[in-house]
Design a protein around this ligand. Structure first.
Ligand SMILES: [Zn+2]
Length: 650
């Protein structure tokens, strides 16, 4: 390993005023995947995350909870650390802004700014938004509210310290223009320059007197240091900035600072200016990624279990959750979270593509070669060379996307190899080769190539899904051969030795029943006990609002046709009428209770706005409502007089 190649990556430090939802987890999972990738490709990596624990909002929430702020944040920080452990976040350091190692250095930084004239004392009058910790001028307000979050602002007048932003504004603007890689994605660069720098940067108020939960200004008691100056400094204080012989010298400037797009302004304007004032180089890239949204808008706690990352990781595995987050959020854009898209990803990409590839291959290796990896023959058919070339090209393609922070594209590239390998099975039909003893050498080549391709895939999966590769090594007999887990081993095709003992194990990702999962996770009954405990008590679980209920489009439907589905004993394919010329096809699990002929002509209650899904390859566009009893009875719901099809139910 070349010790001279270093890589420093940071996440924002999280505000421990609330537990994190699945959207918040994205940044940290992405940073972890990048850090793991860099370690795997030979870099000496430092990966920092942490918590931003000061400020008025925390103080007020702690007061409301009748807790000391320290105790209040300790509890949430413990929860966050457990979450990172469950998601296999392998950080090198976790900084808390309440730690002495941070506070001392921030106090010294503030003093230095004051002594060199960057900070001066003045008087502040302005509108303050507590949740955003931000001051606004009168003209910045939108309808008298905070322009960022729309909430109430308070008029505050106080003596305060100011940072002379104007002194550095031009230098920063020049820097941004000369370093197109500094703010990413590029679209955000123009936003920062045009909205904040070009109109002229106002001096920033960097102290507060209205509360005391923060780092005191060292030479003026009664003032605490503005929470953003405090928080942003973590990226260097954690490295031991200003200490002789610290790793700061090795790792600064940061290679990538990953943040949500909402805090881009602080990271690409104030942060670089503070660094310029400290005479330090700027981070190479600040990347403001998109958000994971719920279909109905931004995430909030009331959406229940389906967005609690710990519940999702416990039920579906942290690897599945990591895969979903990294695959579903495109580079620089917003992604959408729904339980449906999550389960669909697990079923298609993980169970069908990856899981089937491994289980089919290992089953054949056991059946045809008693689990001993055969020797490939020298003969090379088209499909062999295609598979081999793609496998050898994929690492460079993945690396190129990772370097551009396009994680979703990197995974898509890797999945091309997964799908090509499955296609290779279909092209070579090993089950036919096995019928003819003369074709045994060919059969051996096919199985060998598949196992080697699976090895390539497992190595490349490591940064994204840390647990799955181990399960694959176990099955392909490479558990203890760590040389073949390395990125460098992907330079050569054919590294796994014939004679290696392989054995099919448990399916990597069992297929899930989409409807059952939705019922379980969104049906009000928590499928898994909320592992977090505490703090959630304000909101009774399982209650939905009238508006939420009204989002369900319930109709009276008339069954027009019904038929059995071959090889699916429990399912019927049913057509219902929900209005003139409005026919819907649904797949319903009621074949054990109703004969198709008995159903035709019946009126049933029907959910008309369920997202279409495919069950056994058949499109299902809605759901019939049925009651089930504990001892296994099932009865379709209906109305007690004849109603026109399509009548609304509420
Ligand atoms: Zn606000």
């Amino acid at each position: 390993m070349a010790e001279d190649k270093t890589f420093y990556i940071t996440t924002p430090i999280y505000y421990p005023s609330n537990k994190l939802h699945v959207g918040n987890s994205y940044t940290t999972v992405a940073a972890d995947a990048i850090a793991r990738f860099k370690r795997l490709t030979g870099y000496r990596v430092w990966f920092l995350t942490g918590t931003d624990e000061h400020g008025q909002k925390i103080q007020r929430q702690a007061e409301a909870a009748r807790k000391d702020p320290r105790v209040f944040v300790d509890e949430i920080v413990a929860w966050i650390k457990e979450l990172w452990e469950e998601l296999d976040i392998e950080y090198d350091d976790f900084i808390r802004t309440t730690e002495p190692r941070h506070k001392e250095k921030v106090a010294r930084i503030f003093t230095r700014f004051y002594e060199q004239g960057d900070i001066y004392k003045g008087k502040y009058e302005g509108w303050y938004c507590t949740p955003c910790e931000a001051y606004w001028t009168e003209r910045q307000l939108v309808e008298c509210n905070c322009p960022d979050c729309g909430r109430d602002v308070e008029l505050i007048a106080e003596e305060a310290y100011f940072f002379r932003m104007s002194k550095y504004a031009q230098r920063l603007q020049d820097y941004i223009e000369e370093h197109p890689e500094f703010i990413q994605p590029i679209s955000r660069k123009n936003e920062m320059v045009n909205n904040f720098l070009k109109p002229g940067l106002e001096d920033l108020c960097v102290s507060r007197t209205s509360f005391d939960w923060g780092i005191p200004v060292p030479f003026d008691q009664g003032h605490v240091i503005y929470v953003w100056l405090d928080a942003l400094s973590n990226y260097i204080t954690a490295l031991g900035y200003s200490e002789e012989g610290s790793i700061f010298e090795t790792f600064w400037p940061a290679d990538v600072q990953l943040i949500g797009k909402d805090i881009l302004r602080f990271h690409t304007i104030y942060w670089p200016i503070f660094l310029m004032a400290l005479d330090q180089p700027l981070p190479k890239t600040v990347f403001g990624h998109g958000w994971l949204m719920l279909q109905e808008g931004k995430m909030s706690k009331s959406k229940g279990n389906a967005i609690d990352p710990r519940v999702l990781a416990n039920r579906y595995s942290s690897d599945a959750l990591r895969y979903f987050l990294l695959r579903e959020i495109p580079f620089g854009q917003d992604g959408i979270f729904s339980l449906e898209s999550f389960i669909t990803r697990i079923n298609t990409d993980l169970a069908n593509d990856l899981g089937n590839l491994v289980s089919r291959t290992l089953t054949m290796a056991e059946r045809y070669f008693a689990g001993v990896l055969p020797e490939p023959s020298a003969a090379d058919e088209n499909s062999d060379s295609e598979l081999r070339l793609l496998a050898l090209e994929t690492p460079a393609a993945v690396e190129s996307y990772m370097d551009q922070l396009k994680l979703s594209d990197a995974l898509a590239e890797l999945w091309k190899l997964v799908r090509r390998s499955n296609k290779y099975i279909d092209e070579n039909t090993p089950w036919d080769l096995a019928k003819d003893p003369a074709k045994e050498p060919r059969l051996g080549t096919v199985i060998y190539n598949l196992i080697e391709s699976i090895r390539f895939i497992a190595v490349m999966l490591r940064p994204f899904m840390p647990r799955t590769p181990d399960r694959i090594w176990e099955q392909i007999g490479l558990k203890d051969d760590s040389a073949l887990h390395n990125w460098a081993s992907l330079l050569e095709w054919g590294a796994i030795k014939p004679g290696t003992i392989v054995a099919r194990g448990e399916d990597l990702f069992p297929r899930l029943n989409l409807l059952a999962e939705i019922r379980e996770m969104q049906g009000g009954q928590p499928a898994v006990q909320d592992a977090s405990g505490g703090n959630d008590a304000e909101e009774p679980e399982g209650l939905i609002s009238l508006e939420q209920f009204q989002q369900v489009d319930l109709r009276v439907a008339k069954i027009v046709t019904a038929e059995n589905i071959p090889k699916a004993d429990k399912l019927l394919k049913i057509e219902v009428e929900i209005g003139e010329n409005d026919l819907r096809q649904v797949v319903a699990g009621i074949a054990e209770y109703y004969k198709p002929d008995d159903l035709v002509g019946r009126q049933v209650l029907f959910v008309a706005n369920l997202k279409p899904v495919k069950l056994r390859g058949i499109l299902s566009q809605g759901m019939l409502l049925a009651a089930t009893s504990e001892d296994g009875l099932l009865s379709l719901t209906t109305v007690d007089t004849d109603m026109p099809p399509g009548s609304r139910v509420s």
